[in-house]
Design a protein around this ligand. Structure first.
Ligand code: IVH
Length: 678
């Protein structure tokens, strides 16, 4: 019997190894080479196959399995470790003269001919990734250069960073250094999603990348879609003669390296070629999907690098040339305040028009009251304006020598500029809000626009301008008014053709077929984005159940925390919102959803479970999926309705205490597996 089991295990192990290798190969082709040879669907099938094997045989799960690319939500804090090779920085230069000086200094020490490698200076977060026998062992941030944070889990979610090196011509122990960046398309997507749920957008891609790497939940990091470029090789056994060789080899090992054809890396021998490279990228950088803040010039030959050595802070064999951030000074004439869909107030600086980086700048974003306070702004100040990666320019400082005595410090408004309601600012929040979401015009229009948007009710033929017309003519004051509009009513509006009127009415009527999760999202409750709406809709199955839920019942839903729960309660505590929903119900919108039937034996049917801590055999996602597949419900908080707490290691004491107090049964991972096996 034992022999047979062994035989079986060997073949499972082989199968897992084969799948890991195959998936890594496809990942590399897709993300690094940009040449996929199988469809996304086929890839997912392979991944699912591997997941299934790993779930059944956790003892064979590879630490670097491609299934880890989607992250896991096990909460932990970061350990710090000492860098094996200190992570020094580069000296910066801002003029071509300084580059000429650098070249002269190099040539004073090095008698033979010097070759330079030119690279982009990526504006992201430095990372050191060590590999032991070709397997990703650890990824560490720069920290203070001597010690950094271990962020391996999060770096594993980045598809362009190999978890297993390809080929076999690598030293058994090596470290690759590079920069983790957030592509601009992803940065804009994340911000759009944030604005949609009423959160403040992130300021720039670098900070967002840095913040993402420090997140505790790697499944959220995976959704950020970070990327990485390699710029350095470190090992006590260095097989290369020069830096360029190491980078080319890194590509063979599976790393994403700068594109040689696009001149993102170049070998040169003259100062003219360096200057040409700088000039090329100073303009061409606008066409990249990530930000760079300069270029880096490195002596290519490792012996020459050694001969040149280091100063206390930086290598003598390399220098960064930083592009000038385009900056001008102009006068701050006034501050206006914009009101968003959720009532968030954004201050905007009105400037004396000035030319900057090819456009005329009249306005700059000021974000919130804290930002104004930090800059200590006075109306009439001469301010420095810069165009960074952000589309809207920002004020970076003040020319205090030009401040006259008669200027007045900016006083943030206390009432809404649109409806005069007294503003509120919740503790710990940077943003001021107008709480009047019933009659404040931009909030009404914003809410209707959100309601009809593609991901919500997707009403064809209706756009911002038509909404404006409807609102100004007094026909539509809220989303429920849309459903009583008639063709005859809207035809007299300016530029309204018969056909468009028909389309609008048809689109509105058809939207009544949209399912409950999207209707719930369309209501525009603060913090209730698409995913949260789905979770709430399927957990409670009707709007009435959500309306009647208390805080405890709401936070009992998987992934719903205090902040969202409070926002939901606040929304439904408003009589006018209840009336609105009644009217929508009467118009025939869907306010109920049935949970999809899951396949398989429903061994946990109706049981409410909370999982907490770190598990040894399964990841939390696997446990959640297994419970749901068996008909169980997952909650994030313990309440008197909880049936079981599945406890892993390092579980918080407060959860345990609460479970004991409420008499909730506490079971282990093994107990759960047994329950399902029965
Ligand atoms: S080489 C010893 N190359 O710039 C040389 N650094 O001040 C070590 N950076 O935080 C750095 N692009 O993360 C190098 N092509 C590049 C780079 C680069 C960006 C960052 C690096 C570090 C800073 C150096």
């Amino acid at each position: 019997m034992g022999i047979r089991t062994n035989g079986l295990k060997v073949s499972v192990k082989e199968k897992i190894n084969k799948l890991v290798k195959e998936l890594n190969d496809h990942n590399y082709r897709y993300y690094v080479l940009n040449q996929a040879i199988i469809s996304d669907y086929d890839f997912d099938q392979l991944l699912k196959e591997l997941e299934a094997f790993e779930a059944k045989h956790p003892e064979f799960k590879d630490d670097n399995s491609p299934t880890l690319r989607v992250g896991s939500d096990i909460v932990k804090s970061f350990n710090t470790v000492e860098h094996r090779f200190p992570m020094v920085s580069l000296s910066n230069s801002y003029s071509k003269e300084e580059i000429i000086d650098f070249d002269n200094r190099v040539k004073k020490t090095i008698e033979e001919e010097v070759e330079y490698v030119l690279e982009l200076k990526y504006d992201g977060v430095a990372i050191g990734i060590s590999y032991l026998n070709g397997k990703l062992k650890q990824a560490v941030t720069r920290g203070d250069g001597v010690r950094g944070d271990v962020v391996s889990e999060n770096v594993r979610t980045i598809r362009t960073i190999p978890m297993h090196l390809r080929n076999d011509d690598f030293p058994d122990d090596l470290e690759m250094r590079g920069e983790i960046i957030l592509p601009l398309t992803q940065f804009h997507r994340i911000n759009e999603e944030r604005v949609e749920i009423g959160e403040e957008p992130y300021a720039n891609p670098r900070n967002t990348a840095s913040g993402s790497l420090k997140m505790l939940d790697s499944s959220v990091v995976a959704q950020r879609k970070l990327d990485g470029y390699i710029y350095g090789f470190y090992s006590t056994k260095n097989p290369f003669q020069n830096h360029y060789q190491s980078i080319v080899k890194a590509a063979e090992w599976g790393f994403k390296i700068p594109d040689i054809k696009k001149r993102m890396i170049e070998k040169v021998r003259s100062i003219d070629e360096i200057i040409a490279f700088i000039d090329h990228w100073d303009t061409e950088r606008k066409n990249l999907d990530f930000e760079i803040d300069g270029i880096v010039i490195k002596v290519n030959d490792y012996h020459q690098q050694e001969e040149l050595g280091f100063t206390a802070k930086a290598p003598r064999w390399a220098i960064a040339y930083k592009f000038k951030a385009e900056q001008v000074s102009t006068r701050l004439e006034s501050v206006s305040y914009q009101v968003g869909r959720t009532g968030a107030i954004t201050p905007v600086a009105n400037l004396t028009p000035v030319h900057l980086a090819g456009t005329t700048v009249k306005r700059a974003s000021l974000h919130n009251a804290d930002q104004i306070e930090r800059l200590d702004l006075f109306i009439g100040d001469e301010v420095y304006v810069e165009k960074g990666g952000e589309i809207i320019p920002k004020i970076v400082g003040i020319d205090l020598s030009k401040r006259s005595d008669d200027l007045e410090k900016i006083q943030f408004i206390s009432t809404c500029p649109e409806c005069d309601t007294v503003l509120i600012r919740k503790e710990g929040e940077a943003q001021h809000y107008c709480p009047n979401d019933i009659t404040c015009p931009p909030q009404i229009k914003g809410k209707i626009e959100h309601f009809i948007s593609r991901k919500a009710m997707n009403i064809d033929g209706l756009g911002g301008e038509t909404i404006d017309q409807f609102y100004l003519s007094g026909m539509v004051n809220n989303i429920a008014d849309l459903y009583v509009l008639t063709k005859e009513q809207i035809l007299p509006l300016e530029r309204m053709a018969e056909k468009s009127a028909d389309n609008i009415i048809k689109g509105i009527l058809e939207s009544r077929e949209i399912g409950f999760p999207r209707v719930l999202y369309a209501l525009g409750i603060r913090y209730v984005g698409e995913t949260v709406a789905k979770k709430l809709a399927f957990h409670f199955e009707s709007i009435d159940a959500i309306m009647n839920a208390n805080l405890e019942e709401l936070i009992a839903v998987d992934e719903i925390g205090d902040r969202i729960a409070e926002s939901v309660i606040q929304y439904f505590s408003n009589e006018q919102h209840i009336e609105l929903i009644e009217r929508l119900k009467n118009s025939g919108l869907r306010f109920e959803a049935k949970r999809e039937k899951t396949e398989g034996p429903q061994l946990l049917l109706g049981l409410k479970m909370v999982i907490s801590g770190v598990f040894t055999k399964f990841s939390r996602d696997e446990l959640k999926a297994t419970i749901e597949k068996n008909g169980g419900k997952i909650s994030s908080g313990i309440s008197k309705n909880t049936d079981y707490l599945v406890a892993g290691e390092k579980m918080g004491p407060s959860k345990l205490e609460k479970a004991n107090k409420l008499g909730v049964k506490i079971i282990s991972e093994d107990d759960l597996i047994r329950m399902i096996a029965e």
